[in-house]
Design a protein around this ligand. Structure first.
Ligand code: SF4
Length: 240
């Protein structure tokens, strides 16, 4: 006679894997949706949906965005014309002599690592995407030097597709404006993109970056001249 099977009702059988607990749903702060809508409206009247890197096509934006790490867009814009004059396509950059590229991008800082990244990125574009920049987040993040933030910039700026890039300015402003209560970029992306229609993702991200650079400085936010100060929970004018 076979042995009785183990009782399983209401209990996990011995040796069975534990069920994975779902992470708690991401919560936006109270009133965040209304503030997000106001931010979309107000910022779109203040700034263009533009990034400050110079580029003529998705390839140039991709390379310029990699070069912009740890430096200013102005420094990249000063170096990129010479770079793209010598290497106008992914095929040309993929076959470049690293020593020559290093000389051109030296002024952008971390030039050896950046040279490695942009040449490797070009080689992947040639090997896997026929030398073209792919217009999909899942593909972009597989390229050397491209993280989720950069991929979203490329989607939004080069392809005019939904992409909410979360950089240091977007982290700071999302928190100050009470759109999200976390400093985790992926969580901020998930929270904000739930509250804002996809066609506004890229514009909102780009405008938050411009507002962070021009008005909502990390150390000294200029709340008195900020057009968001009537609803911003972090306004220094509150209570005055
Ligand atoms: S009111 Fe002040 S803290 Fe709020 S977004 Fe404007 S500058 Fe930043």
């Amino acid at each position: 006679m076979p042995a009785n099977p183990p009782l399983t009702v209401g209990r996990r059988p011995a040796g069975a894997p534990r069920k994975k607990r779902r992470p708690p749903p991401l919560r936006a702060p109270r009133g965040a949706r209304e503030r997000a809508e106001l931010s979309v409206q107000r910022l779109s009247g203040m700034y263009p949906a533009a990034c400050e890197l110079d580029f003529r096509n998705p390839f140039e934006l991709t390379i310029a965005t990699i070069l912009s790490a740890q430096t200013t867009d102005r420094a990249v814009n000063a170096a990129s014309p010479a770079l793209f004059a010598s290497y106008p396509t992914a095929h040309a950059l993929a076959a470049a002599d690293p020593a020559k590229v290093e000389l051109i991008v030296k002024s952008t800082g971390f030039f050896r690592a950046k040279t490695r990244s942009i040449i490797a990125c070009a080689q992947h574009l040639v090997a896997r995407f026929d030398g073209e920049v792919p217009p999909r987040l899942e593909d972009l993040v597989t390229l050397p030097g491209i993280g989720r933030k950069t991929a979203n910039v490329i989607l939004g700026v080069a392809f005019h597709l939904p992409g909410f890039a979360v950089d240091t300015h977007v982290i700071r402003l999302s928190n100050r404006l009470g759109l999200a209560g976390t400093r985790d970029p992926e969580k901020i992306e998930r929270i904000v993109t739930r509250m804002v229609p996809p066609e506004e993702w890229a514009g909102l991200s780009l405008r938050l970056i411009l507002h962070g650079r021009r008005v909502c400085d990390s150390r000294r936010p200029r709340c008195e001249e900020c057009l968001l100060n009537d609803y911003c929970p972090s306004s220094l004018l509150r209570g005055t």
